[in-house]
Design a protein around this ligand. Structure first.
Ligand code: FMN
Length: 336
């Protein structure tokens, strides 16, 4: 799938909103893999400027990743219960004013930036773009990738007319890209077994891929290529905070958990005081919970308190190594 873009190595750097910097994306492109801009938290202008910064650093192709978001339905009683559950942490960190919920209506501007800047590849998570958007992007020659966490979602991506599927296993770090209601957890190997015989689009395997043996297994099970996040978070060029990098490097097997407590959507990260305290708490729907907890994360960084931070990492974080992007990529491809 990547050969048509003259990308030499069968690896995609996972788009990681809030973490990918222009330098990091360009370093991934220069290492011979597909770099991806995690634009989920950027508005249209910021997306455009980010794309231009990457273009100034590399002439290789890269992708932009966008979030598909519905306006959340706010139930006041759920909102109050979610705030009550967070109150002891607000008090402990000395937080009084909460972040106001801002509108998510940035999607059109992001899409326009992708079109104006002629970005060759655009991927989506948390859902499918409308038929209109698909037509506009395809009319512009953009290659489109959707994210799926179940067979049903993979079929939906294919039916909608996108070009490839990121199949995200339950091992994956960060948010699950699910867009159907119930949480159904499948490992990436199990997902490949279910999906490969049922769809004809190229499949990009994601979730817990840290070694050359993992890479081989994915390719043997029918994946065209892989998408890696956690393995690159500890790269020297990655701008993840030292707290985040150290948490990954010091993590052990079974140290991660799936939690909705930070954003209202399931995401995998390090088990810590925050995830444990809020294990059974009522949380507001995405992205309201994200806004209710932003100040907790900002204040935790200032106070150097990792126990309340969202330290996203995949189930195999304990295998991560500190090295350059090039070294991480070369190690992954050592026997391929
Ligand atoms: C810190 C972090 C942020 C992420 N942000 C995004 C994102 O913005 N968009 C997206 O499609 N996937 C995102 N993901 C998920 C990745 O695309 C991918 O599924 C995951 O990293 C694969 O699992 P691994 O981390 O074990 O390699 C993120 C993952 C991490 C670890």
């Amino acid at each position: 799938m990547l050969k048509q873009f003259a990308i030499k190595k069968p690896i995609i750097q996972a788009p990681m909103a809030g973490i990918t910097s222009p330098n990091f994306v360009a370093a991934c492109c220069e290492a011979g893999i597909l770099g991806s801009i995690g634009a989920g938290y950027l508005n249209g202008e910021e997306t455009k400027s980010f794309i231009q910064q990457v273009k100034a650093l590399t002439d290789k192709p890269f992708s932009v990743n966008l979030f598909i978001q519905d306006e959340p339905k706010i139930d006041i009683s759920v909102l109050q219960q979610a705030r009550t559950a967070l109150q002891p942490i607000y008090e402990e960190l000395g937080i009084s004013n909460l972040q106001r919920v801002v509108s998510n209506n940035v999607f059109d501007g992001q899409v326009q930036a992708v079109i104006d800047e002629q970005v060759p590849i655009c991927s989506f998570t948390f859902g499918l773009p409308s038929a209109d958007i698909i037509e506009r992007l395809k009319g512009n020659g953009t290659y489109l990738i959707g994210t799926a966490t179940t067979l049903q979602e993979a079929i939906a991506v294919e039916t909608a007319g996108l070009d490839a599927i990121v199949l995200q296993g339950s091992e994956a770090g960060g948010h699950r890209g699910s867009f159907t209601e119930d949480i159904e957890l499948f490992s990436i190997e199990e997902l490949l077994r279910q999906v490969v015989p049922k769809v004809s689009l190229p499949i990009i395997a994601a979730g817990g891929i840290m070694t050359t043996a993992h890479m081989q297994t994915m390719l043997q099970h029918g994946a065209s290529t892989v998408q890696i996040g956690t393995a690159l978070l500890t790269a020297t060029e990655c701008k993840a905070s030292e707290l985040h990098k150290n948490a990954i490097l010091q993590s052990h097997e079974k140290d991660t958990t799936l939690t909705k407590a930070f954003s209202g959507k399931y995401a995998r990260g390090l088990k810590n005081k925050f995830t444990e305290d809020l294990k059974d708490a009522i949380v507001a729907p995405y992205p309201i919970q994200h806004y209710l907890t932003i100040k907790i994360r900002q204040e935790s960084v200032k106070q150097n308190r990792s126990e309340y931070l969202s330290l996203w990492m995949g189930e195999n974080s304990f295998m991560a190594k500190e090295a350059s992007v090039q070294e991480i990529v070369d190690t992954l491809l050592a026997k391929i």
